[in-house]
Design a protein around this ligand. Sequence first.
Ligand code: SAH
Length: 193
Amino acid sequence: MAAFNESYKGLPPWDVGHPQAEFAGLADDGSIRGTVLDVGCGTGENALLFAGMGLEVWGLDAAPLAIEKAKAKAFERGSKATFVVGDALHLERLNKKFDTITDSGLFHVFTDDERVMFAKSLHSALNKGGTYYMLCFSDKEPAGWGGPRRISEKEIRATFRDGWEIDWIREARFESNFHEEGGHAWLSSVNSV
Ligand code: SAH
């Protein structure tokens, strides 16, 4: 966790300075609705996009430096987005439920055990009928450059079983500061039932 905070002293590879294209697409097609939580929000570009649509938006990250940067952007841009330091594995601590939870590049940092905790944590913060949209590196992305874990479609399905309904899992792209056309990724839409 400290490593993430440290990375925000510079420009981390995932911090592209604009919303991830896949989330901009979801915003355009009306999928991002109601109260929104962007979990593992980094410096806040996705959350700021959603807040700009007039939605109530929270961004949460464990790295204080990321939240500091996100708050500074919100101030500069006159955004009402709320940014908090917190643990994605304990979203119940927020005592708040959301209609939409977005995750751009968080799920793939967790261990197998943490995935189980994370699914429970998400469930506690998502209204029934609400949707979790998740973008993670897929197993089609070459392992050569290191980076976070690659995830198979099967692993996503195995994580979101009880209390969840998977709407769709699509091939997608994860923009970074060193991929020209983004890395191979999955974009998933998972409903709390
Ligand atoms: N969504 C952002 C950041 C992706 S990198 C973007 O697209 O730019 C993953 C982020 O998850 C980092 O900011 C890291 O600090 C955060 N993170 C990792 N573990 C976390 C945890 N347990 N709780 C909250 N945030 C966490």
